[in-house]
Write a protein that binds this ligand. Structure first.
Ligand SMILES: Cc1cc2nc3c(=O)[nH]c(=O)nc-3n(C[C@H](O)[C@H](O)[C@H](O)COP(=O)(O)O)c2cc1C
Length: 140
């Protein structure tokens, strides 16, 4: 393969999942910008059918780690949870007095999941560009 055309591609070609973390906390500015990156991700129908939760409570993280059967979730690092979430669309529909029925469709559910996954991958790319080592984990 030819040389990577730029630093972005070079980083993406060298991507690898990290599952052991130091206790270095993410600086607030980094956290804010990573969330902004998530919010700038393309979304299906521009519905932004996802939420990003930043889980800092140790007990809660422990419970999530147990449910996910992924112990590293509670071993240092920072935990973002990307949730397929149609709540905003439901509230807007309610306020507009229109039916929320179609939000329950398989189509809308898959759109919400793909919105969440794409946002997560965008954050992975951004975090890696800053030298952090992310790990994705899917919990359904
Ligand atoms: C949607 C998704 C879910 C994943 N779930 C887990 C997981 O539960 N546990 C884990 O250790 N890695 C998980 N991974 C990471 C993959 O195992 C990893 O990307 C794959 O083994 C390739 O390794 P690499 O990322 O280092 O290239 C997940 C990745 C994705 C995209």
């Amino acid at each position: 393969m030819s040389e990577p055309l730029n630093d972005m591609i070079n980083r993406q070609l060298h991507h690898r999942t990290i599952r052991y973390f130091t206790d270095e906390p993410l600086p607030q500015e980094t956290l804010t910008q990573l969330v902004a990156v998530a919010q700038h991700t393309a979304t299906s129908h521009y519905l932004q059918s996802f939420s990003v939760l930043s889980i800092t409570d140790r007990h809660l993280r422990g419970q999530i780690a147990a449910i996910a059967k992924q112990p590293y979730i509670n071993q240092n690092g920072h935990l973002f949870v990307f949730v397929a979430d149609q709540h905003c669309a439901a509230v807007i529909a309610q306020q507009a007095g229109v039916s929320q029925t179609h939000l329950g469709s398989t189509d809308k559910f898959i759109q919400a999941v793909s919105d969440a996954v794409l946002a997560a991958q965008n954050v992975v790319n951004a975090a890696e560009s800053l030298g952090w080592g992310p790990c994705c984990s899917a919990v359904f």
